[in-house]
Ligand binder design. Structure first.
Ligand code: GH3
Ligand code: MG
Ligand code: MG
Ligand code: MG
Length: 313
C-alpha cells in the first residue's frame, strides 16, 4: 500500500490541479541550437499565456536569463558550442539564476546519460517529442512552485516585508537601473527610537506589534514600485526609484509624523506612541550600493544624535 493516507493524497492532487488552472503569465527560456524548435514551441506556448524567450547560443541564453529572470529554463542537451549540462552548471553558479528550474529536453534515451544530466544541475529530463499540452502543464507547475519558493525566501516572516537579503539585493538592482536610465535613486534607513524600552516596559510581543504596525504604514503609504524591507530587528530600509534625496526626505518626514500620531495598543491593553529616526542617501551623490547604504546609515546616526524623531540626509 501507499505510505500516505488518502486524505493527504487528495490534498496533494487538488494542489496539483490548482497549478494547472492558474493562468498568470509565466516566462520560459528555451535554449536549442535548432531554430525550428523555437518556432514550434512559440506557437504552442502562445495559446497558453506563456512568454517564450528563444536562444540558440549559450552566451545569448545566459544574457537573456539574467535580464529576463525566466520562471523555467528548457535546455537542449546537445548543442555545437556547448553541452546543455555545462550551460546548466553556469546557470547554477550564478546567484540570481541558481534556483530557476532547469528542464532538459532531448531525444537522448540512454538512462545513464539522462541520469548524468540530472546530477549535473537539471531538475528533470523531458523527451523532445513531448505533447504540447503536457509540456505546458509541466512548465506551469514548475514555474508556480519556483515563484512560491522564491517569494518565501525573500519575505520576512514577522512583517511580510522583504527580508534583509531581498531588500539589499533590491538596492543593487535598482541602482543598476538608475545608472542605466540616468535617474536618481534614494535609499532610506529607518530605526525606531528607544525601542528597547518598549520591550522592557511592555514585553517583546508588544514590541513585535509596533514593528508590524510600522511595516503596515510603510507598505500602504509607499508607491507600488518602491521597495520596503526589514533590514534588521527594528530597522527598515526603503528603496525609492526615480526619487531625489530632497523629495525622499520630505516623503519620509511625512511618514514619520504619521507614525508618531498612531496610538498603538500593547498586549496588556495600554496605549503607546512610538517614533522613528531616518537617514537618506542615494544616487547620483553616491555610486555604489555599499556607499549609499553606509551614507544612509551615517545620516540615521546623525538624526539619532540630533535628538531622534527626525529625518536627515
Ligand atoms: P535608539 O533610539 O538609539 O534606536 O534606541 P533603541 O532602544 O531602539 O536601540 P537598540 O538598537 O539598542 O535597541 C533595539 C532593540 O530592538 C533591541 C532588541 O531587543 C529589540 N529588537 C530587535 N528585534 C526585535 C524583534 O523582532 N522584536 C522585538 N520585540 N524587539 C526586537
Ligand atoms: Mg541540439
Ligand atoms: Mg536599531
Ligand atoms: Mg532603535
Amino acid at each position: 500500500t501507499y505510505p500516505i493516507d488518502s486524505a493527504r493524497l487528495n490534498t496533494l492532487l487538488t494542489g496539483a490541479r490548482a497549478y494547472e488552472c492558474d493562468d498568470e503569465q509565466i516566462t520560459v527560456l528555451l535554449v536549442d541550437d535548432m531554430a525550428t524548435a523555437g518556432m514550434y514551441w512559440r506557437k504552442q506556448f502562445a495559446r497558453a499565456n506563456v512568454r517564450l524567450l528563444f536562444e540558440t547560443r549559450p552566451q545569448a541564453a545566459f544574457d537573456a536569463a539574467l535580464a529576463e529572470q525566466p520562471d523555467v529554463i528548457l535546455l537542449d542537451l546537445y548543442m555545437p558550442e556547448m553541452d546543455g549540462v555545462d550551460l546548466a552548471r553556469i546557470f547554477r553558479e550564478h546567484p540570481q539564476l541558481s534556483d530557476v528550474p532547469i528542464l532538459f529536453m532531448s531525444t537522448e534515451e540512454r538512462d545513464q546519460h539522462r541520469l548524468e544530466a540530472k546530477l549535473k544541475g537539471g531538475d528533470d529530463f523531458l523527451n523532445k517529442s513531448i505533447a504540447g499540452d503536457d509540456l505546458i502543464r509541466m512548465v506551469r507547475y514548475r514555474a508556480q512552485r519556483y515563484r512560491q519558493a522564491r517569494a518565501e525566501r525573500r519575505t520576512d516572516s514577522l512583517t511580510g516585508l522583504l527580508n534583509h537579503r531581498a531588500i539589499t539585493s533590491l538596492v543593487d538592482s535598482e541602482l543598476d537601473r538608475a545608472i542605466r536610465q540616468e535617474l536618481p535613486l534614494s535609499v532610506v534607513m529607518i530605526d525606531i527610537d528607544r525601542f528597547k524600552s518598549v520591550n522592557d516596559t511592555h514585553g517583546h510581543p508588544s514590541g513585535d506589534r509596533v514593528i508590524r504596525r510600522l511595516s503596515t504604514l510603510l507598505n500602504t503609504r509607499l508607491r507600488k514600485y518602491d521597495g520596503v524591507g526589514r533590514y534588521g530587528g527594528e530597522e527598515f530600509m526603503v528603496v525609492l526609484p526615480a526619487t531625489e534625496i530632497d523629495a525622499a526626505v520630505e516623503l519620509i518626514d511625512r511618514l514619520r509624523e504619521q507614525f508618531a500620531d498612531i496610538a498603538m495598543t500593547t498586549e496588556a491593553g495600554d496605549t503607546i506612541h512610538c517614533q522613528f529616526s531616518a537617514g537618506v542617501a542615494g544616487y547620483p551623490e553616491h555610486i555604489t550600493p555599499q556607499e549609499i547604504i553606509s551614507a544612509a546609515d551615517g545620516a540615521l546616526y546623525a538624526a539619532k544624535q540630533a535628538g531622534r524623531n527626525q529625518v536627515k540626509a
